[in-house]
Structures are given as C-alpha cells and as structure tokens.
Design a protein. Sequence first.
Length: 448
Amino acid sequence: MGLTTLRASYGIFYDRIFDNVLGNARNSPPFVVPVTTAGIPFGSSVAAPDPFNTDLPIGPTTVNPNLVFPRTQRWTVSLQRQLEKNSVLEIAYVGSKASNLVRTIQPNFGGGFPAPFRPANIDFPTQPAITLDNFRPRVLATFSTRDSSASSNYQALQVSVKRRFAAGLAAQFSYTWAHAIDDGSGEIVTGAPLASVSNLLPARNANGTIPVPTLAIINQVRAGRNLPAFTQEADAARYFIQNFAGGPQYEAERGNADFDLRHAAIINFMYELPFGKGQHGIGGWLIGGWQTNGILRFQTGQAFSLIAGVDVNGNGVVNDRASLLSGELGKVLNPGFGKNGSRQYLVNGSGATLGVSRTPDVIGSMLNRNVLFSPGVANVDFSIFKNSKFTMMGREGLNVQFRAEAFNLFNHTNFGSPNALVTSPAFGTIQSTTVPGRQVQLGLKLVF
C-alpha cells in the first residue's frame, strides 16, 4: 500500500453576498430619483419626476428581508497510485451542493405587464395617505428583488496522470466528466423565464400565448362565465389578482447550469529534445538546446436554451423557452452542420418541431433551461524553444531563449453557440467562434 494513497474531505462553506445585490437597491426611489433635463439648471427647477406625485411607473430594486448567506457543502474522495517513480495516476470523485444562492425574481410581473394589473398597484387609492414617513410611489413597475432561494448541485469524476520532469520530459493528462445543475446561475440573471408570479388567465392569443390582462380581456373572460362586464379598469384589475394571479413556479427553472461543461480532456507536455547533448562548436549549438511544448484541449460545448421569442405565459417578459411540439429533441440538431461550410446547427420542423407550449400557464411544459449544447472545442497550442547558454562578462548561467509559438496550430474552427430564438430568420445558425484563428508569434527571452 506504500504506492497507493486514499484521501477524503468534507467541508461546509458560507459565501459573501455579491456587493451589487445590495448596492443596487440604493439607486431606487425615494433614495435616488432619476431625472432627465435638457439644459434646465439644477435646483428647485427640477420638478419631475417627483416620486411623491408622479404617475410614471417606478421600478425599484428590492431585497428580500429574509435574505441569507449562501451555503455550500463540498466533498471529495480520491485514490492516487504511483505507476513508476516519476508518474502518478489519480482518480477522484468531487461533489458539491449549494443552497440559499442569490438570484433575481420579479414578484410584480415583468416589464411588459400593464401597470394597473400589477399586484402592488391593486386598490392603491384605498391605502394610507403618502407622507414623508409613509412613502411609496403612486404607480409601481417591475420589482427586481434579490432573493436567496436558488440552489445547485455538482458531481464530477476526475482522472489524471502526471509525470514530473525527468529525462527531459514532463507531461500531464486530465479528464473530467461533470454535471452542474441549478435553478439560477447568477445573482443578476434575466435570461430565464422568471416564474415568481404566474398569469393564469384562461384566454389565449391567436398564437396560443396567454395575453396580458386588459379591461377588454377580463370582460371577455367574464362573458364566458356569464358574468357582467366591468366598466372600471380598477375593478378588472382586482378581479384578475383575486382569480388569475398564481404563485411561483421555481421548480421549472431547474436545469443544466449556464456553465455546465460535461466533458473536458487536457494534455500538456514539455520535452527537451535529446540531440546535441555533450557536443561543442557550431554543430552542437545548432542541434542542441531544443525544447517542444504543447497544450491540447478537447471539451464539449456550452449549454444554451431554446427561446420561443414571444411572451408565452403572459408575465410581461419576452424570454420564455420554446416547447417541443412533435418529434425528438435530438433531431433539432442538423446532421449536415459543418459540411460544405454549413453553419446551420439547428433545424426546426425537420424531425422535430419547436413552438409555443400548448399549456402556456405551466412553465414546466416548456423545454428545460440549457437543454442543448453548442459544438465542442478542439484546440492545439504548440511551441518550439531554442535555449542557448553562454557566459558574458564573467557571469555564467545566462540563457537566450528563442521562442516560436503557435496558438490554434491547425487553425481549427471552434464554433460558438447558435441563434436559439425560434422566431428568428437566422434560427440555428452559428455566427461566432470561441477560439481565435491560428496565431503565430516569435520572440527572444533573456533568462538570468
């Protein structure tokens, strides 16, 4: 057992809360009033917007008063085995589970929701009078509320073989299989459907989406129930909140993390060529002192979500995910991608059809977050060094190093993520790369 080592660890860690999470709340009325002027002097002449009497919707950044510090549990188990005197094999299992992660929710619906129907604006005239001690804007828009309700899970298998420098060679191979899952990959993220409030209206637009409420829509719903029509928008808004404003659907946000990297393999090496050792003169200088280095990287692509391009669930945010209406999701991937220069990575309607969910009030009926992955990365960086040792002014150990370095040696195209907006004419095409084209640089370095 002298050649084998077993290690294990477990720890609980608490993280600080990102400064902007709290700092952004300082820029909300009444602490800060946004003012736009056109040559008007500052001072008493600046009168609008006045948060005490303006009817303009004001959208504050708020913080859940029950916000708590994020908590992470981490554990590892590894087995290390010496293969020979200079090489070690290590296999490890790494896991973590985090809770109380901070994310942003919108409990007053999204930016496109009509102000009179927002929960915070219902029956506002009957609330206590607004004073300096009892302040609130007359009309509230979207709340960006920092909340510590997100969680994550990470599991990984790690394998590595390391050879320390000996006989002119040092090398390392590392492979990781991992899966990162969460329901919020950042403190301030708006790229996923925000399910903190649900619009459960039983009406539908022509494209199958849920409409945002209006007086006309509410009266249409009431007519279907043989109820009299409202004449006042305030009555319709109250009816909407009492009957069709649902709770959060946070569980539908669980999916692959934005940074989920499923497979990654890295090889690096440094090799001193054995030529010219012990030889002197011009011949020994020409063929001796050469060194090669390389880094080879192969990994799967970045996770991305398929976006419907419309406000599917009528919550005022046009970032809802698409749904798989027919076929198998894997058939969205274009088998002809990369052939004859094709950049069409996804195809809709050929073996699989994407569109608006048939049950738009249920966010879980939409595709999961980050359900697909972009093309992977295959990259080789390579360099050749020429080390020339010499003595100058009686000082030994000086080395002039000539370096020829090539990044992305084979000029391989590593594609980025495709256009994932289903309604876009460019849907499925890739218009970016993740690694620049081949770059070659030459240099001289004095080592002393």
